[in-house]
Write a protein that binds this ligand. Sequence first.
Ligand SMILES: [Fe+2]
Length: 213
Amino acid sequence: MPNHLQTVKRSKRTKRRQTPQIVAAAADQTRYILGVVPDRLAHSEGVARRAQFLTQTVAQKDAPLLVAAAWLHDVGYAPELRDTGFHPLDGARYLRSIGWSQAICDLVAHHSGARFVARFHDLDKQLARYRFSLDAVSDALTVADQTTGLFGERVTVEQRMSDMLRRHGRDSANALAHPDREPYLREATVRVTARLESFGVHTELTELAAAAH
Ligand SMILES: [Fe+2]
């Protein structure tokens, strides 16, 4: 492991983080790890902003968990953390190795329907070591990611999915997984929209959900 990441490992091996300070720690960690890939960092900042907005769709106690996971969800893209080459798994493994909670690592491992794609990398058994929960937090993280573009800009779920298919190519694992993964992404968007509307919050996500039908 590179020296500067060993430094992170030591500095972040702290007692369990159950307080909102995990958000600041996650932001610092992400800026450090993804500083070498500015586009990914900009995307992660955008996902964290979006997740902050979506905290109103989760239990108050889970809000820090959601925003911290949003910051950290793509750290597996850092070249120095590359192991299997499947970024949700590489990120989760690294974060667990430096002491982040199982709950954070589970969310990172499974963000945006990673379980559908893992099969096509022959990594489904390894990913299954992390637990997927179909709940308000995982929905909000996935929707935050799927409504944030590569540079942190807001996009629709439709734009995000078509961009993903274009970037990865027709024969990619992402493309092969898409028939199974797409309904999950759309349904998560619908669920998050319904939660927002139950609080009287009407946003462009309503339009996103309409497009997702
Ligand atoms: Fe992402």
